[in-house]
Design a protein around this ligand. Structure first.
Ligand SMILES: [Zn+2]
Length: 120
């Protein structure tokens, strides 16, 4: 990743499974989106890049929320604190469900053994 990011550019590292960009509102905050089946996904289309799901910068003062669709920023609605918390909860559950699926697909993984050892 370059030390300074240019606005309007999405830096994708498949190797490190992460993408960086400067917040689309122009506030200068660096936004890091981990990539993975249960996190963000980057699709390259002939018109530009699409990032899913939406990017909510609740941790920054600007609290901007937007989608990147075919290389364009599509602004989304502001979320209340409660909705942000509910969204985080959903993300956690999705990640956990993914890990559980992975663990049951590979019963000999350390994670499955660890869980058996825990008795859960
Ligand atoms: Zn911003």
């Amino acid at each position: 990743m370059p030390p300074t990011l240019a606005p309007g550019i999405l830096y994708v590292s498949r190797e490190f499974e992460t993408a960086h960009h400067l917040c689309a509102c122009g506030c200068g905050s660096k936004v890091r989106t981990p990539l993975g089946p249960a996190e963000w996904q980057v699709d390259e289309t002939p018109q530009g890049v699409t990032v899913r799901p939406s990017i909510g910068n609740w941790q920054f003062p600007c609290r901007s929320h937007y989608l990147i669709q075919r290389g364009r920023v599509v602004w989304s609605d502001q979320w209340s604190e409660a909705r942000v918390r509910a969204g985080r909860q959903r993300d956690q559950e999705r990640l956990q469900a993914y890990l559980d699926r992975e663990a049951s697909a590979k019963p000999s993984s350390w994670w499955a053994r660890f869980r058996r050892w825990l008795g859960v």
